[in-house]
Design a protein around this ligand. Structure first.
Ligand SMILES: Cc1cc2nc3c(=O)[nH]c(=O)nc-3n(C[C@H](O)[C@H](O)[C@H](O)COP(=O)(O)OP(=O)(O)OC[C@H]3O[C@@H](n4cnc5c(N)ncnc54)[C@H](O)[C@@H]3O)c2cc1C
Length: 368
């Protein structure tokens, strides 16, 4: 019998497990993946996310992998250049998920959480209307049951925990974009570039191994056309920024193109009897603004604190989890609206640019 079983061991799951285990709770984490491994995601981390890594004592490990800080940025929304977003203390970074997620998993293991890799959740166990555990299987295919006070779905946007609990969705916004990204060596330019205007969004981030992660988002209707000639579509869009097409052609692409056709944005009620949700399982938005990892880290911190309060009798568990939902929504509502407004046509007008500017100023001055 565990205090918590956490399904999913990446940005939300492993930190939540680490924090609960550090508070003395008995935690099992399962993931169908093994680590280190990649996942479909670029990996820009905001100053708030970098601060989480520092607070957990993990930032030095991430930086030791050779992932460069990104103090120099060029950000253009709707033709208007924004002030750089770099934070002098918690400078944004963009570590490969192969590196980042492995560090998170090992930190959870070191804290005392039991990690079961290559183990898939099949179903939840219920008693008297409450979740009491999981049924899953490992490589041998044999069904296995485990029980816990709470089962946490940190299993991404196709969350099986959310599906099996029928977690109610709200503020749904239909997916509006598609895109591709890849990795280049010798891609000249600042640590980070973002251009969102005239129906496209371009980003570049310096990452591990001297590489640059770069990608482009277009309105969703362009996906089939872009898929027929990914390289040509990418280069034609890079050419919209003076000098960028030349820089991209001079660079050497060292990986395949990874494509996404977009997924709806939503909030889900992140708790119920015997279950809770964290990260993309509970709240998902278009990746354009690079907030998902930061949001998953914040969820891990807030959810583990709520569970600790409930487990240790400091507060009724349901009350603590209601506080988690409220705090999650308050922390994200503005950026969610801004993201939806921008991705609706990738052509922010002056009103939206003003909102983004205000949001960025608030984020820069917020006590992270
Ligand atoms: C193209 C793209 C680009 C992005 N770029 C950025 C960016 O630059 N910056 C940023 O902050 N965010 C970005 N995001 C968003 C970011 O990837 C997510 O917000 C983040 O990964 C959420 O973390 P998570 O732990 O909630 O879920 P995930 O990272 O999705 O992890 C879920 C885990 O659950 C496991 N799992 C799922 N189902 C089961 C099951 N049944 N049994 C066992 N295990 C299971 C999976 O194997 C996986 O390891 C991007 C997303 C996409 C798609």
């Amino acid at each position: 019998m565990y205090d918590a079983i956490i399904v999913g061991a990446r940005c939300a799951g492993s930190p939540a497990a680490m924090l609960l285990a550090r508070d003395g709770h008995k935690v099992l984490v399962i993931d169908k993946a093994t680590f280190p491994s990649d996942t479909l995601s670029t990996h820009f981390i905001t100053s708030e996310g970098v601060k989480s890594l520092a607070d957990w004592g993990l930032l030095d490990r991430v930086m030791a992998t050779g992932c460069p800080p990104l103090p120099d940025s060029k950000i253009v929304w709707g033709g208007v250049e924004m002030p750089p977003i770099s934070d002098p203390v918690y400078t944004p970074i963009c570590p490969r998920r192969t590196v980042l997620d492995h560090i998170l998993v090992e930190a959870a293991r070191e804290a005392g959480a039991e990690i079961r890799e290559a183990f898939s959740l099949d179903d939840l166990l219920w008693e008297a209307g409450a979740v009491v555990g999981i049924r899953g299987h490992g490589r041998d295919g044999q069904p296995l049951e485990e029980r816990a006070t709470i089962v946490v779905g940190a299993d991404g946007r196709n969350s099986r925990v959310a599906e099996k609990t029928a977690a109610p969705q709200y503020n749904v916004f239909p997916s509006a974009t598609c895109g591709y990204y890849s990795y280049w060596s010798d891609f000249e330019g600042p640590g980070m570039e973002v251009y969102v205007q005239d129906g496209y969004g371009i980003f570049t981030f310096k990452t591990n191994d001297g590489l640059t992660c770069s990608g482009i988002e277009w309105p969703k209707a362009r996906f089939e056309e872009a898929r027929k000639d990914i390289e040509g579509s990418m280069m034609a869009t890079f050419d919209r920024i003076p000098g960028m097409g030349e820089r991209a052609r001079k660079a050497k692409r060292v990986d395949q193109y990874y494509g996404v056709a977009g997924a709806d944005s939503y909030y889900r009620k992140p708790y119920g009897p015997g279950w809770a949700l964290a990260g993309d399982a509970g709240y998902h938005k278009d990746p354009l603004l690079g907030q998902g990892i930061t949001d998953a880290f914040r969820d891990a911190t807030m959810l583990s604190a709520a569970l600790h309060a409930g487990f240790s009798g400091q507060a009724p568990l349901e009350e603590a989890l209601a506080g988690y939902e409220k705090a999650r929504n308050e922390a994200t509502v503005m950026i969610y609206q801004v993201t939806n407004l921008i991705t609706a046509n990738l052509n922010p007008d002056s009103n939206i640019v003003r909102m983004i500017s205000t949001q960025m100023e608030q984020m820069a001055s917020a006590p992270v």
